[in-house]
Design a protein around this ligand. Sequence first.
Ligand SMILES: [Zn+2]
Length: 94
Amino acid sequence: MARKFKLEKGPLTLYTVFSDAKKCVVDLKARTCICNWFQTMELPCEHAIIAIVDVSLDPCGCCAEYYSKDIYIQRRLGTYRGKMRLGPRVAHQW
Ligand SMILES: [Zn+2]
């Protein structure tokens, strides 16, 4: 069964996303969500995607550059020169 979300627009770039019994506040400009996924992984969480779609942005454009196809290819070829930042959740799993 699909999850249902309800979205409320807040001031500036803030959105409140309600799902089941939880509510999460997303700031699209700061790229944060109170679930911490967006800022930690630098990938939009399900709450951020709801807000991003509402403002007609491309969810892929809200991902960190190192998730892009070009950076992936550069990393595989060993030619990537950018900085990689790992979130605490990823670093903890190593
Ligand atoms: Zn979230």
